[in-house]
Design a protein around this ligand. Sequence first.
Ligand code: NDP
Ligand code: HSE
Length: 437
Amino acid sequence: MRLAILGCGTVGSEVVRLLHEQSADLAARIGAPLEIAGIAVRRLGRDRGNLPVAPELFTTDALGLIKRDDVDVVVEVVGGIEPARSWLVDALRAGKSVVTANKALLAEDGAALHDAAADGGADLYYEAAVAGAIPLLRPLRESLHGDRINRVTGIVNGTTNFILSAMDATGAGFAEALEEATELGYAEADPTADVEGFDAAAKAAILASLAFHTRVGAADVYREGITEVTAADVASAKAMGCTIKLLCIAARGADATGRESVSVRVHPAMIPLGHPLASVGDAYNAVFVEAEAAGPLMFYGRGAGGAATASAVLGDVVAVGRNRLAGVRAPSESAYADLAVRPMGEALTRYHVSLDVADKPGVLAAVAGVFARHDVSIATVRQAPAGTESAGRGADAVLVIVTHTAPDAALAATVEDLRGLDAVRSIASVLRVEGGE
Ligand code: NDP
Ligand code: HSE
């Protein structure tokens, strides 16, 4: 079984190392030895430490390597949309199976890859694309195919989980926690994809596609990052017995006309400390799946890192290798349900709103009236007098309101109207709340 490895960076170098270290076991598990036919990189002269491969295997001609007759399987760990898409479509159409960790490409144009795999009769595996080392996609795409998944809630970005965990532990602000994450090597030099939620949104699209047998792309996912989360938000969450996490949530439900549909979103949210995801700290990932017959299932582990991600890549290589030897294909894409994706405004959620208000008669009634006008039911109200630690500067009082579940559009409109209320001096914090209702 001859492999073309595209990319030899954080993940690729560990794939190469593990292929070497475990070659005998991998051969025994597949039933044939694995050999590296070539490794495509961008810079031939880059120092790659003492990788256990012959230097002649490296090339900058990825396409030439893929097209070679002696290549059976293509492992793509380069990332990005192009040229990765063209390479993988070519490989799949030519009948070469593909293992990729490229969540950005799968979320942007997974359809092109799945269609090419079907055309070429080849396998497309991508376990490493979501939550790194955690075996998650195989359970969704195979083990749970006898069940009906209603909801997937996950922490799927390690960098932001590290930052939010640090903010929670130390009371630091976002900028300070990001600096620490960068110093420790968790955050990349350009952390935009992580902190703005693009990485988690790509993973959310992949999870939703598998869970609901529907093609969901990155553009279908509502996305908010964590850059606006403040130390005051974190303190507010603590006061409520909650913590803040960047969640990806994919849920089945009905649209405005009652038709079955899905909503897929990524945003920071308060979750109660008793929620299964609340104790997921540091840069760990975890995904909570709610299935009709199986009930709740929790997947936990390392979502990033060279060796952890390479473990998932090699698991796919073994699966692809076995299939090829047996002359069979993995189950192809399952998108038969073709459910509509609901806009964020129709997603059902709850809000936590913290207001700096004048402490005088009629204020609570005026505030409650705005909620009532938008048909949003209030679950709890807490008032802290001015001068207490949680009260905003210059405020007579701080009102903390948590709602019952309502459509996001109604909740957002409520907050907008509260801004215009004379009694409301400022809105100190608005956060969605998940779990606990
Ligand atoms: P790196 O940036 O560390 O490595 C990218 C590799 O691709 C490098 O070896 C680079 O070559 C090579 N490369 C870039 N452009 C080209 C090109 N045009 N032709 C040939 N080779 C090229 O990325 P990672 O290893 O971190 O990530 C790889 C993939 O894995 C991405 O899709 C990422 O999203 C995914 N992933 C990564 C995780 C992680 O923890 N890092 C976790 C889960 C998924 P050179 O070495 O010469 O620069
Ligand atoms: N940047 C990603 C993270 C890497 O922080 O989780 C894994 O996809």
